[in-house]
Design a protein around this ligand. Structure first.
Ligand code: NAP
Length: 279
């Protein structure tokens, strides 16, 4: 396991000290002791056979984390793909989320049961609050803690949470989230939030780590990609990996799926990390 949460991921020293050089099988150790892969498959926008095939292929390639949510409408096919893969349930890290519409105590408990039923699983590895929702955050978090103590969920976390919302949880004496899933890429990086999460050992999970494809052609990224003979996508994911983050790129083609997992065999030099940071 690779310890990442307590590292000062924003500082030059951390980057120079080679903080995280994980192999594909390494996992980040969360503040609750559970372990989470560094690369996962994002599945927003994929449903039906496209989603089923992408999950099956990703598991063949070596991905062991699948990120979904009820609003993606693909939990059934993801569950089926994981079962059909023949890979042991304990090997695959499944994340899903409670939707805003289901926030509140009883509705969160029910939403979790519904997701489990659609996934055909008896527990989740990570359950997240998908979006904060005024007034119901604490109540929902109470239900998340209950789900964890009942063994239906191994780790609980949040998504799109700001430092103020994380402070609110702390003031209420609630359990510290294991994960905060937020948008992170070289183009979108909230340093204060990252520092806060790192201090509290809240593992950061990067969504839209490829900028939804929007910035793959940016000149600075292409220059670095050319120098390493890698793609822009690989450069952005390697940047996230060297910061100790988990990243969940979404990909539907076999080439993209392979490319995005093939980032464990090269290293970005400090100067190039800094250039990407500057974006
Ligand atoms: P993303 O992963 O940054 O980008 C996905 C786009 O990049 C797709 O169009 C994909 O195309 C393309 N792509 C993938 N690999 C590529 C490669 N190697 N070269 C060129 N293009 C490539 O965007 P995202 O889907 O927004 O974020 C990833 C995941 O994060 C989501 O799927 C979801 O699971 C999660 N998410 C969570 C939240 C939240 O609120 N918690 C919000 C947004 C996203 P193809 O499909 O054609 O391969």
């Amino acid at each position: 396991g690779v310890q990442t949460c307590a590292l000062p991921i924003w500082s030059k020293e951390a980057i120079m000290n080679d903080v995280a050089q994980p192999s594909p099988d390494d996992r980040a150790t969360l503040n609750d002791g559970n372990r989470m892969p560094f690369i996962g498959l994002g599945t927003w926008g994929m449903t039906g056979e496209t989603c089923y095939r992408a999950v099956r292929e990703s598991l063949k390639i070596g991905y062991r984390l699948i990120d979904t949510a009820p609003m993606y409408r693909n939990e059934e096919e993801i569950g089926r793909a994981i079962r059909d893969s023949g890979i042991g349930r304990d090997e695959v890290f499944i994340t899903t989320k409670v939707a805003s519409a289901d926030m509140g105590h009883d509705s969160t408990l029910k939403a979790c049961q519904d997701s489990l039923a659609r996934l055909g699983a008896d527990r989740l590895d990570l359950y997240l609050i998908h979006w904060p929702s005024g007034g119901r955050n604490l109540e929902t978090w109470g239900a998340m803690e209950e789900l964890r103590s009942r063994g239906l969920v191994r780790s609980i976390g949040v998504s799109n949470y700001t430092t103020d919302l994380l402070d609110e949880l702390q003031r209420a004496g609630a359990a510290v989230p294991a994960v905060n899933q937020i948008e992170i890429s070289p183009f979108v990086f909230d340093l204060d939030l990252a520092r806060y999460c790192s201090d509290k050992r809240i593992h950061l999970e990067a969504y839209s780590p490829l900028t939804r494809g929007n910035c793959l052609q940016e000149r600075e990224v292409l220059q670095i990609a050319n120098a390493y003979e890698r793609s822009s996508a690989q450069i952005m994911l390697r940047w996230a990996l060297q910061k100790g983050l988990t990243a969940i790129p979404k990909a539907s083609t076999l080439d993209h799926l392979r490319e995005n997992f093939n980032i464990f065999d090269f290293e970005l030099y400090f100067g190039d990390m800094a250039k990407l940071d500057a974006l």
